[in-house]
Design a protein around this ligand. Structure first.
Ligand code: ATP
Ligand code: MG
Length: 485
């Protein structure tokens, strides 16, 4: 009965704030992706597809939605929801009229090539599209006329390689020039793979396309190795990065175990959020202490890092510290007296916290404690970014690419794709760019890490209880824009 009430609610917004028999508030906050003007009217060619002939329910109803909150408490609104991704019975574009393009921007991440490959193969195999352009070298490739024709044959093997087959760049986003170019070339589907900056650029392209009244679908595929994209469950390349990060941690552990008073420091990716460091630590079991941007730490005094390192050296003869690149940036900035440097996209460049921390630990133990230590500093970040994606990321990238293709073919625009509560959905671009996903110190996963490493939390427990810590950190993070050097 409740389900039918909810169903009715989805299609009838006037029923907002109704309550069901058990007292659940049936409020809906739809975040539904926009359509290109005019409704889709052509039959989906998947009607005739062999691959889909055996699927029980080939098409997803445009009415189906995915809810952002999976657990809804009594007296709480049911919350935000998005359109469910998947093939639609009616499509907006005739296959022979599609002229698609794919572009990759921002930093590298395992899996980009798989997404490119699957967009090309998805468009071609599922929808019979054979006019697909690769825009080379990021956003500026639109107007510097660097393009190549993409076919399933051209992209056949690219998923086995790291990096991006289409090359990438920072900076160079000129909305007018890009949309002029889309118009001049007669492109009507734009697939944009990239991080937070790229998605902001994609939102501007979508707005300009809409302003000019062009019949163009703009689809973003969010890319961030750091897993810091809001709304979606996980970003592609993250699993691969965690797996590879473990190898670096293992190397550090082998090194420090083999010497006297060995101190290993491993710097991992994570500019605003410490997901990679947290998951690699949880996976590895060789880590004594994990430091992330969300959790402030201090070195000296009771409960500080130096005291903890000394204690572990006494107990075990070695210690391994993992830190995310965005951790402790305020300390490094103070000690280096540097001016803020920025990259071509306007992101502030990060200072090397790994080198800084290694030096601080070395100085403390040799000069203050008069104790010889063997410091091993490992920075595997570029090696991690450069590898091809693993099996689970490859499968995930395929789903993302196919969802994007189904969405664009159905005429949705200004959307990104990604799993929300494990169901793939179309999410308006603005939703994923307005906030960032960070490790919540008050969530269970960070508590699990603390329990697993038995490291100090460096936090005042009253603050944690009151939820002040997360809010303060979110504000801090929202005020900076950082990238790796
Ligand atoms: P990552 O941070 O994961 O490396 P990113 O997409 O955030 O990826 P950026 O270098 O910040 O990487 O941006 C990539 C592209 O997006 C660049 O070409 C840049 O010009 C453009 N871009 C960045 N921010 C914006 C913005 N606010 N508006 C329009 N375009 C932007
Ligand atoms: Mg970015």
């Amino acid at each position: 009965r409740r389900r039918s009430a909810i169903r009715a609610q989805v299609s009838d917004p006037s029923r907002c704030r109704e309550t069901d028999d058990d007292g659940f508030v049936l409020e809906d906050v739809p975040h539904l992706t926009n359509f290109i003007p005019d409704l889709p009217s052509y039959p989906n060619p998947l009607h005739k597809s062999q691959a889909y002939a055996i699927v029980k329910q080939t098409f997803v109803s445009p009415e189906d939605v995915v809810a952002e909150e999976i657990v809804v408490q009594k007296d709480s609104p049911r919350g935000v929801h998005f359109r469910r991704a998947g093939p639609r019975e009616k499509v907006y574009f005739k296959s022979e009229e599609v002229r698609a393009c794919v572009v990759t921007c921002g930093g590298l991440c395992p899996g980009i090539n798989t997404v490119i490959r699957e967009i090309v193969c998805g468009l071609n195999y599922m929808y019979g599209v054979d006019d697909i352009l690769g825009i080379e070298g990021g956003y500026r490739g639109f107007y510097s006329k660097n393009t190549l024709q993409l076919t399933p044959k051209v992209v056949n093997d690219i998923h086995k390689r790291g990096g991006t087959f289409l090359r990438t760049s920072r900076g160079g986003h000129d909305t007018q020039k890009i949309v002029d170019n889309i118009q001049d070339r007669g492109i009507n589907q734009v697939y944009i793979i990239g991080g937070d900056g790229t998605q902001k650029g994609a939102a501007l392209i979508y707005q300009e396309v809409e302003k000019r009244g062009l019949q163009v679908a703009v689809a973003g595929i969010p890319k961030t190795i750091d897993n810091d994209i809001a709304v979606i469950d996980k970003s592609f390349g993250f699993d691969t990065a965690v797996e590879e990060a473990q190898r670096a941690i293992n190397a550090a552990h082998v090194e420090v175990e083999s010497v006297e008073n060995g101190v290993g420091v491993v710097k991992l990716m994570g500019r605003y959020s410490g997901f990679i460091a947290m998951f690699a630590t949880l996976a590895s079991r060789d880590v004594d202490c994990c430091l992330i941007p969300e959790s402030p730490f201090y070195l000296e005094g009771k409960g500080g890092l130096f005291e903890f390192v000394e204690q572990r050296l006494k107990e075990n003869g070695h210690v391994v510290i993992v830190l995310a690149e965005g951790a402790g940036q305020e300390y490094v900035a103070q000690s280096m007296h540097t001016v803020n440097e920025r990259d071509a996209s306007g992101n502030r460049l990060l200072l090397d916290v790994g080198l800084w921390l290694s030096q601080q630990i070395k100085d403390h133990f040799t000069k203050v404690q008069k104790m010889a230590i063997n410091m091993k500093y490992i920075d595997p970040t570029y090696m991690i970014r450069a590898i091809p994606s693993n099996a689970s990321d490859n499968i995930y990238c395929t789903l993302l690419a196919q969802s994007a293709v189904h969405g664009a073919m159905a005429g949705y625009t200004g959307f990104t794709v990604g799993p929300v509560n494990s169901r793939h959905a179309y999410i308006p671009i603005s939703r994923v760019t307005e906030t960032q996903n960070i490790v919540k110190l008050t969530d269970r996963m960070w508590a699990r890490l603390l329990a697993s490493t038995n490291q100090p939390s460096f936090l005042n427990s009253d603050e944690v209880m009151l939820g002040k810590v997360d809010r303060a950190i979110i504000e801090q993070i929202n005020n900076r824009k950082i990238t790796s050097i």
